[in-house]
Design a protein around this ligand. Structure first.
Ligand code: NAP
Length: 257
């Protein structure tokens, strides 16, 4: 790897917001190297191939990474260390929305991916982030995790379901605050970022009904996930540096914690 590159890891980059984020980061600057990570090797390699075919300014590579598995996390960190020896940007994007009642199993499954994964991955990557001159972590949260908005009956998403998901994103917001504390002496810049209500496959379940569900999302006002990727790029490019203690959204907006 040529020196002088800004090394950026995006989790869950094979589809949705993660894919668009990898695209926007790699397209933005020839100094950017984006590690497209995915839990499924084939899906990840397919995404990498698609991105590389666009002949973007930056470079890209693939990393297998399942954030629900410590073994996968520690193997990936070792491989990233061997290839790049540092990390400049970590986008903790991978996430799930488990539909149905708030059972123990649903909460466990949700927290495994939305909370435990990003926390363990970030701590495992901290030694590599410490080697960066400008380490940045973006935890992709959700307005549904805002406690302030949950208590506000005028909030547009007041009646939205997803208790386990809401709790997991509130916990992820606390993880951001913990990371700000843990890495305060190393100039880490850390954000909780809501990517907005956008059209992806999250929570859509059965692939047979996905097109119909996507259509319904569009009709309900969901925007393109490229708008979410633009929001990540803004943070990476330093446009939201004054808002590091806030829970940021796209378009320069914020949520209450
Ligand atoms: N879409 C929205 O409106 C919205 C709103 C607010 C917040 N968000 C957040 O945005 C993030 C991205 O969501 P999205 O809408 O782009 O959803 P998506 O299209 O379903 O993509 C989710 C990504 O996470 C990956 N993933 C799931 N479990 C994983 C694991 N154990 N290890 C590694 N990767 C895993 C998925 O991989 P597979 O393809 O292999 O399943 C996929 O790449 C999530 O954190 C979500 O909570 C989304």
């Amino acid at each position: 790897m040529a020196s002088g590159k800004r090394i950026m890891l995006v989790t869950g980059a094979n589809t949705g917001i993660g894919y668009d984020t990898a695209l926007f980061l790699a397209r933005a600057d020839s100094h950017n190297h984006v590690i497209v990570s995915a839990r499924n090797e084939q899906r990840g390699l397919d995404a990498l191939k698609k991105l590389q075919a666009m002949k973007l300014k930056g470079t890209l590579s693939f990393q297998k990474l399942d954030i629900a598995s410590d073994e996968s996390i520690f193997t990936a960190v070792k491989e990233i260390e061997a290839k790049f020896d540092k990390l400049d940007v970590l986008v903790n994007n991978a996430g799930i929305f488990v539909t149905g009642p708030t059972t123990r199993a649903a909460m466990r499954k949700t927290f495994e991916v939305n909370v435990y994964g990003p926390v363990i991955l970030t701590d495992a990557l901290a030694p590599l982030l410490k080697k960066s001159n400008d380490p940045r972590i973006i935890n992709v949260s959700s307005g549904l995790g805002s406690i302030g908005a949950r208590l506000d009956s005028t909030d547009a998403y007041y009646h939205n379901p997803g208790e386990a998901y809401r709790m997991s994103k509130a916990a992820l917001n606390m993880a951001s605050a913990n990371q700000k504390y843990n890495y305060r002496e190393k100039n880490f810049k850390i954000w909780s970022y809501c990517p907005g209500f956008v059209i992806t496959d999250i929570g859509l379940g059965d692939s047979a009904q996905r097109e119909d569900s996507r259509k319904k999302k569009r009709e309900a006002g969901a925007e393109s996930s490229e708008t979410s990727a633009q929001g990540v790029l803004d943070i990476v490019e330093g446009k939201r540096d004054a808002e590091m203690d806030l829970f940021v959204q796209r378009y320069g907006k914020t949520w209450p914690w």
